[in-house]
Design a protein around this ligand. Sequence first.
Ligand code: NAD
Length: 244
Amino acid sequence: MSDFDGLKALVTGGASGIGRATAELLAARGARVAVLDLDPSSVDKPLLAFRADVTDDASVREAVAAATAELGGLDVLINNAGIGAQGTVEDNDDAEWHRVYDVNVVGMVRMSRAALPHLRESSHATIVNTCSIAATAGLPQRALYSATKGAVYSLTLAMAADHVREGIRVNCVNPGTVDTPWVGRLLDSAADPAAERAALEARQPTGRLVSADEVAGAVAYLASPLSGATTGTSLAVDGGMQGL
Ligand code: NAD
């Protein structure tokens, strides 16, 4: 993989899990990386850390302005911040639908709006959105979450079409079940976390969960010049789950 020397990147939700692994990989490959997160207190150098809530437009604009000023521009936006939701359409009320949609979909829209003027100044402008296999897999007990990720998938295609002639590429990764603090919290809430983990692993064709580093590798590929002719596509990182 070619390196990111001289490139400047923003990663939302970069304090944990997939975002953290991505921020660290891009930095290890030579990028200057700013993390935007609700709670960036755990983020260490060389990563820059900014507090931002993707559901708050003013917070997003302030953080993007501060981060791009410190980075000296922007080449790569990783729209990764997201939250989960469980249940069928009967289990989540309207307020919950709006709350999760606001983070998972409109959060990416707010970030993209704030970042696009900076990306237009770049000769290597890319956006990578963290989608999910939930966008297309028809997972049970994930109606709301799946609908938000379906929207992220469509948004990725539409943005790719809108911005390709400006030299801005837009792609997404579709992770399967990834071993992150989020999944850890889900397992901890089960009656028997160890048994639940074993059951989850048994459902994976590979017999194990995907690692955050493996998702970061796919994000880095889509964000790098190696994928320079690729836009409007999704890359599954699911240990073969979608093939079943
Ligand atoms: P995580 O909970 O470990 O990390 C998410 C990060 O996002 C946290 O640091 C959190 O503080 C931040 N965040 C949440 N709401 C925010 C907000 N309003 N503003 C700013 N930051 C906010 O989760 P993860 O598993 O690393 O998930 C990251 C992304 O990957 C999400 O978009 C999720 O939908 C997607 N994903 C995860 C999995 C999985 O199995 N873990 C699978 C497919 C897709």
